[in-house]
Design a protein around this ligand. Structure first.
Ligand code: 8DG
Ligand code: CA
Ligand code: CA
Length: 334
């Protein structure tokens, strides 16, 4: 029954609760645009997914960190009736369904989706008949809609990782590339590819812009030969685009970020996620008097003003500074 393909995809005894909580979370993000409720549902789902035992009642769930009265009630309703009125109503709401569908197109956010639906554009076919209403990113999202809906198997990301490593080494063998996101957390499949690149001479301060500009353009030109098939955007430090492992392969979303050397481990930590894990770790850092983000770890003085970033030369350093037991990437799937 359990599809245990990979140690990181551990078996979840509360998967049916997690499914409805994640559906409610997506509704809050895309339709209601209530980011607090979105976070609350995701936190609850993550706590339930990590719980070793099947939950039998709302009261039992409420004992877990991150589950309050309202979610406990929904768990009881689901246990008793096998469904949720709130979700049934959402399923009946055709505009809500249309907004949810359109936000699955890369580049279309909740605001744009709502605007399209207000204008009577509610399906992928409608989008294809109204391309003049879309920007470049959204057009790419539409072009590859079916491909981007497919998960990327781990083996394919490994293949793309090797190609990227070879291309980068051809430019300069001192570049390092790390594929982060769910791939680094050991998942057997991923939604997209999140790559980080650094170089020992890449500094926050001097000459960063020049260095980056030349490097990313050079790299992307190299990748266009046999990997990258479309560019969404390219700046000094960030490339967003589309790649195919080979000419017959499914098109995949690929992001590459160029990061200064001294910020690399904070970036690797941040882009490895999961985002629920990041939130938990950031909250812990604050309790220990530090502020942590994708760039740096800084002590917060009594005045509340962050000081200079502390020097960091590994992910472990970050955990050590804030006295948080080290978690391997595969243990960050919350
Ligand atoms: P997936 O692609 O397989 O669906 O999962 P993922 O790799 O975990 O998610 P992602 O959306 O590609 O984001 C990559 C990491 O970036 C994520 O694990 C943690 C970090 N991250 C946050 N907040 C946000 C955010 O608001 N947007 C994005 N794109 N990334 C974020 O912590
Ligand atoms: Ca990802
Ligand atoms: Ca991503």
């Amino acid at each position: 029954m359990s599809k245990r393909k990979n140690p990181a995809d551990t078996y979840n005894k509360n998967a049916n609760f997690c499914d409805f909580l994640m559906e409610l979370a997506d509704y809050e993000k895309n339709v209601s645009r209530n980011i607090h409720k979105y976070n609350a549902y995701r936190k609850a789902a993550s706590v339930l997914a990590a719980h070793p035992k099947k939950i039998e009642s709302g009261d039992e769930a409420k004992k877990l960190n991150g589950i309050g009265e309202k979610i406990a009630k929904k768990i009881d309703e689901f246990i008793q009736t096998g469904k949720l009125r709130k979700l049934e109503n959402i399923h009946q709401d055709t505009d809500a369904q249309a907004i949810s569908l359109l936000t699955r197109v890369s580049g279309i956010g909740p605001v744009k989706a709502a605007e399209l639906v207000r204008n009577g554009i509610k399906t992928i076919e409608d989008l294809r008949n109204n391309e003049n209403k879309l920007n470049h990113h959204q057009l790419i999202g539409l072009k590859y809609f079916e491909d981007f809906e497919r998960k990327i198997p781990r083996s394919e990301i490994q293949e793309i990782e090797t190609m990227l490593q070879k291309k980068i080494a051809k430019i300069d063998c001192n570049y390092t590339i790390t594929i982060c996101g769910s791939y680094r957390r050991g998942k057997s499949e991923s939604g997209d590819i999140d790559a980080l690149v650094t170089h020992p001479t890449l500094k926050v301060s001097e000459g960063k812009k020049k260095h980056s500009e030349v490097f990313l353009k050079t790299l992307v030109d190299e990748l266009k030969i046999d990997l990258v098939v479309d560019v969404i955007s390219i700046g000094d430090t960030k490339f967003m685009g589309v790649c195919r492992a080979s000419s017959e392969s499914t098109a995949r979303r690929l992001d590459i970020r160029l990061v200064p050397h001294e910020q690399y481990y904070c970036a690797v930590l941040y882009f490895t996620g999961s985002d629920v894990f990041n939130k938990t770790m950031r909250a812990h850092a604050l309790e220990k008097g530090f502020t942590l983000n994708e760039y740096s770890l800084r002590p917060v003085g009594i005045t509340g003003v962050p000081g200079e970033p502390v020097p960091i030369s590994s992910e472990e350093d970050i955990f050590d500074y804030i006295d948080y037991p080290f978690k391997k990437p595969e243990e960050r799937n919350m």
